[in-house]
Design a protein around this ligand. Structure first.
Ligand SMILES: [Zn+2]
Length: 312
């Protein structure tokens, strides 16, 4: 059933509603029933999660007899942003993921953030789905702060994502939804995948099967799910960054998520005016091409690719 989590009056006489779809088991819900929250659409230009929100609701409603707990799906924390192709909140251009935990008596965006946080708090687990920007295509991955590794990695392993990227605590942004929830004891996993402003169906299906597998592990879903692939955990790996040192048009010659060898040509930078190839881009290492430039126009310094490679 669709419920309104928070509402705010807009100056134009309309109201801004944060909504969720609460899906519950048939019949009586036990007090011990667990709850999982799926949150997306915090950034209005990241649409990969829209597909997952739709598919998850669709799958649960078709198999409702297998549901044993509560599933709350929040498809659009920034509904105005999604409707107007804005990353931030269109009224203020604020990044919604920089104002958590919000304020009950603050500005509209702070109030909405505070109400949303209160609504999710206490769930057994929350999954916050993001996409990359329009410039880079990302392998489906879960990003975890190193201080939370012990709690979150065991949950993340069920999500059927090929990579768990554990990052240093120095790079943590304290005003994100995930940080705010994790700091009040609601385990929250951040998924990043695909590319901005697009939907990549295979990534969405992969995450959907992972969410169902995690729900099955937590006892929220009665169906036995096939075992998920063990993820690569970035701890044991290095990341090689490839940046452009010229400006031009990047033409990729490798598919995203390919295993590449040292010296392999990944693509080239072309100059449409002179008809010349300005630079051939070679991989400095052998490994997994987990980030690949999607937007062709590049400048000196633009990131072209990231490759995950072994320690030796
Ligand atoms: Zn995002």
């Amino acid at each position: 059933m669709v419920q309104t989590v928070a509402t705010a009056e807009l100056p134009v006489g309309e109201s801004l509603n944060i909504q969720k779809n609460r899906i519950v088991p048939l019949g009586h819900i036990s007090n011990a029933a667990k709850r999982i929250c799926i949150v997306t659409g915090t950034h209005g230009d990241e649409l990969e999660g829209q597909y997952v929100a739709w598919r998850l609701a669709d799958e649960l409603l078709k198999n409702i007899e297998d549901l044993r707990g509560i599933v709350d799906i929040y498809p659009a924390l920034n509904p105005l942003g999604i409707n107007s192709i804005h990353r931030g909140m269109p009224l203020t251009d604020l990044d919604l993921n920089r104002i958590f935990p919000g304020k009950e008596d603050g500005m509209i965006s702070e109030y909405l953030a505070s109400e949303t946080l209160k609504d999710i708090a206490g769930a057994s687990v929350c999954i916050d789905i993001h996409a990359s920007n329009i410039f880079l295509r990302e392998l489906p991955q879960i990003r975890i702060n190193e201080t939370l590794g012990d709690t979150l990695v065991p949950l993340a392993k069920h999500l059927n994502m090929p990579l768990i990227w554990i990052h240093a605590s120095a790079t943590v942004l304290e005003s994100t939804l995930a940080h705010s929830l994790n700091s009040i004891g609601t385990p929250t996993l951040v998924v990043e995948m695909g590319v901005g402003m697009r939907i990549t169906i295979e990534h969405g299906e992969q995450l959907l099967s992972g969410i169902l597998a995690l729900m099955s592990h937590l006892g929220i879903w009665a169906k036995k799910m096939p075992p998920t692939m063990p993820p690569i955990i970035s701890d044991d790996w290095h990341v090689a960054f490839i940046n452009s040192d010229v400006s031009g048009i990047f033409i990729s010659e490798t598919s995203h998520m390919a295993n590449v060898s040292e010296g392999q040509e990944l693509g080239f930078i072309a100059d449409p005016l002179s008809g010349r190839v300005l630079k051939r881009i070679k991989s400095p290492v052998s490994g997994l091409l987990f980030t690949l430039r999607e937007y062709p126009v590049v400048y000196e310094g633009s990131l072209l690719a990231r490759i995950l490679h072994g320690t030796n």
